[in-house]
Write a protein that binds this ligand. Structure first.
Ligand code: NDP
Length: 347
């Protein structure tokens, strides 16, 4: 008889207005279901946009059972859970396994029940923490796909990215290093710039520049000397993102995956006409929808191996306690920038 506590929303709006702590009884185990206990769930920018109703992928509102039959969606899309009970007919999942729920399942809750195909079982690795498991499916996977799918890169090639200290950016730096690629990493200026610069260099960043430095003529010359990047990864948008495009090599590929500055990406025609750059968007959710479980499993295994070998470290993170007030505050802060790392709920 387990009581589930969940952070839910039944309408869209400001997180502190619409998020609600809701308790209900975990549905009884059946032959085809399993019970899981969540260990850790991050708060990602897209989760916040989802609560605001500003994200194209919207989990349906459903009754979670018990006395309160109001339809709700449980917040959160990413997290790791441990299997605590398995129905007789369920195959390939055992008690004690760590699993990642599918996007939209709802991860801001301490317990859940679901069908086997709601979850992906994580292969066991000795040297991988629950923080790494909990943050694996969104950011490292996004970095992995963007580095692999848009342009064939050879060891020594350069990649340029903005929002380089974002969780995705940190994965890009480390994957690039593991694969012998060089990175030019653009961040916003700040009081403790040197500290951040050093921490990114420790992760394996080849060069770290501020948005202002990117605009200078000297930097243009420098980047040419280092080697013009074949791939640009845009987390931010706005003026700084336009500036980044100017540094790509002719025929380069430019991939936009985020819009943190909330400003459109303006493109000078010359980049299209004379430099023949190509501009793409990437959305992990679309990739997952259009690729099969085996392709996803291969990527996850690759990433776990790199984590196991200390080549892909825990993202910088801060703990969020599993208490309504703390989680709602963390969600409100989730997209404000200059944060102290990924916020992760520990249950
Ligand atoms: P994090 O919370 O880890 O990082 C946010 C980043 O955005 C920080 O680098 C922050 O820099 C920067 N930032 C915030 N506001 C601004 C601004 N006004 N101008 C410039 N930079 C800014 O986020 P994630 O790594 O989880 O996600 C980053 C982005 O990528 C989000 O937009 C997210 O939605 C998107 N994303 C997209 C995916 C896809 O499939 N398309 C998958 C995963 C993420 P600072 O330290 O300077 O504040």
């Amino acid at each position: 008889n387990i009581t589930v506590d969940a952070l839910v929303y039944g309408s869209y709006g400001k997180p502190s207005d619409v998020l609600k702590w809701h308790s209900y009884k975990l549905p009884a185990l059946t032959a085809n279901t399993l019970h899981v206990k969540f260990l850790a769930s991050p708060i990602n920018p897209a989760d916040v946009n989802q609560v605001q109703g500003a994200y194209p992928f919207k989990p349906p509102f459903r009754s979670l059972g018990d006395q309160d039959s109001t339809p709700y969606a449980v917040g959160g899309n990413e997290g790791v859970a441990e299997v605590i009970a398995v129905g007789d007919q369920v195959q390939g999942i055992q008690v004690g396994d760590h699993v990642l729920p599918n996007p939209g399942f709802g991860t801001w809750r301490n317990f859940a029940s679901g069908a086997a195909n709601d979850f992906q079982v994580l292969p066991k690795r000795k040297n991988v923490s629950i923080i790494q498991e909990a943050t694996l499916s969104v950011n490292p996977c996004t970095a992995y796909r963007m580095l692999k799918d848009f342009v064939p890169l050879q060891p020594g090639d350069y990649v340029i990215q903005n929002g380089a200290n974002s969780a995705v950016g940190q994965s890009v730096i480390q994957l690039a290093k593991a694969w012998g690629l060089n990175t030019i990493n653009v961040i916003r200026d700040r009081p403790n710039l040197d500290e951040l610069k050093q921490s990114l260099e420790q992760l394996g960043a080849t060069h770290v520049l501020t948005e202002e430095m990117l605009r200078s003529h000297d930097t243009k010359t420098l980047i040419k000397q280092w080697g013009s990047p074949k791939l640009g990864l845009n987390c931010v948008g706005g003026k700084a993102a336009t500036e980044m495009a100017r540094h790509l090599k002719a025929n380069g590929q430019y991939v936009t995956y985020g819009a943190m500055a909330r400003a459109p990406l303006a493109l000078p025609a010359s980049l299209l006409i004379f430099k023949n750059l190509s501009f793409h968007g990437f959305w992990m959710t679309r990739w997952t929808d259009t690729h099969n479980a085996q392709e996803r499993a291969t990527m996850v295994e690759d990433l776990l191996d790199l984590m196991d070998q200390d080549k892909l470290n825990e993202v910088a993170w801060t703990r969020v306690n599993w208490e309504a007030k703390d989680v709602v505050t963390a969600v409100e802060q989730g997209i404000q920038g200059y944060g102290s790392g990924k916020q992760i709920i520990l249950f």
